[in-house]
Design a protein around this ligand. Structure first.
Ligand SMILES: NC(=O)c1ccc[n+]([C@@H]2O[C@H](COP(=O)([O-])OP(=O)(O)OC[C@H]3O[C@@H](n4cnc5c(N)ncnc54)[C@H](OP(=O)(O)O)[C@@H]3O)[C@@H](O)[C@H]2O)c1
Length: 327
């Protein structure tokens, strides 16, 4: 099969399409013929050698796919059939024509979603789904137009809470408002601390969903409500903090939580996929559907270098998808 390989860590030019053996499905696994795979920010780090796959997992990049069931491994407990349309959360291996996945990490694709739309669901939406919010809470979502951001805004709204967002340009903020954001702040042009303060009447955000980290720490702790929860799930704005973080956090009685999906156990991921399938997946197919995956663009597998450059330039609004079967 064709797959994207990285022999030497580095820039997008180091992503090379090559023939590699098809991975046979092991005990409890299903082999998926991949019609679409979506990019994630972590893929850029993995390409640079900064985010290795967990031990024993494929070293091919790619955390989520959609396609059809191609063959069944031994010892399966569920009733998957050949040609079933499925989407799956992966620990790696998505940038390829085929991938083997533990059956617990498969979900049926809602009938109204295309393969490209479905590939945009597992990693981004399950990451956002880990954030449990309560009705009425104000949730500040950074990087509103990111894959995870576009999912988080819709989930927060679905749960009856109030999403407010930051992003780096007006177009991204407008899209976020269409997805359900109640307010948006262009962090390059205005002080989001003042914006959140005004929106909440000085109370602050009950929850901050933060993939920026370092450069925003002081602003985040300033906008956090008393007893609020600051969920750190990425560090695109740096990993170091220099200043009175602990004092300020304590004075707010704030909770700082770290959240990582990829390194979780198979049991944790299976439970998450099961809960998501039951509680969220039906909302992708109602009339009208309350949730929708947001696709920025699609690329052929052989154009993977351009797809990575597009993400690295922060140009995408929603998910970037590649189509391996067009290789
Ligand atoms: N913890 C987990 O399990 C988990 C799982 C999936 C993803 N993630 C994390 O979630 C984040 C989003 O991933 P994604 O794949 O959805 O991203 P994405 O679609 O590539 O979007 C990222 C956006 O973040 C904004 N951004 C980048 N650097 C920034 C900075 N220094 N300060 C402020 N904004 C910045 C840019 O938009 P603007 O134009 O608005 O700046 C950029 O387009 C990443 O940090 C990723 O590592 C974590």
């Amino acid at each position: 099969m064709q797959a994207v390989c990285v022999d030497v860590p580095g820039g997008p030019e180091n992503l090379l399409l090559r023939a590699v053996p098809r991975p046979p499905p092991k005990d409890g696994e299903v082999l998926i013929k991949v019609n679409a795979a979506a990019l994630n920010r972590a893929d850029l780090l993995q390409r640079r050698g900064l985010y290795p796959p967990p031990p024993g997992e494929s070293d091919i990049i790619g955390l989520e796919v959609a396609g059809t069931v191609d063959s069944l491994g031994p010892g399966l407990k569920r009733n998957w059939k050949l040609a079933d349309r499925v989407m799956a959360l992966l620990s790696g291996g998505g940038y390829a024509e085929y991938v083997s996945v533990p059956e617990e990490l498969l979900m049926p694709i809602p009938s109204n979603l295309t393969f490209s739309q479905a590939a945009a669901v597992p990693e981004a939406w399950l990451t956002a789904f880990q954030l449990l919010v309560k009705e009425g809470e104000v949730v500040l979502v950074h990087a509103a137009a990111s894959g995870v951001g576009t999912a988080a805004i819709q989930l927060v709204r679905l749960l009856g809470a109030v999403p407010i967002v930051t992003a780096g340009n007006q177009e991204k903020l407008q899209m976020a408002e269409k997805l359900g954001a109640s307010a948006g702040f262009n962090y390059k042009e205005e002080d989001f601390v003042q914006g959140v303060h005004d929106f909440t009447g000085g109370k602050g955000a009950n929850v901050i969903l933060d993939c920026i980290g370092g450069c925003n720490w002081e602003k985040n702790v300033n906008v956090l409500a008393v007893d609020g929860r600051w969920v750190l799930y990425g560090t695109m704005g740096g990993r170091s903090v220099n200043g009175d973080l602990l004092g300020k956090l304590l004075s707010k009685r704030g909770h700082l939580l770290g959240s990582l999906l990829r390194s979780r156990s198979l049991q944790y991921k299976s439970d998450l996929v099961a809960a998501f399938s039951q509680k969220v997946l039906p909302y992708f197919s109602g009339q009208p559907a309350l949730l929708r995956p947001v696709i920025d663009s699609t690329y052929k597998l052989q154009d993977i270098q351009d797809a990575h450059r597009h993400m690295e330039a922060n140009r995408n609004m929603g998910k970037i998808v590649i189509n391996p079967q067009s290789a």
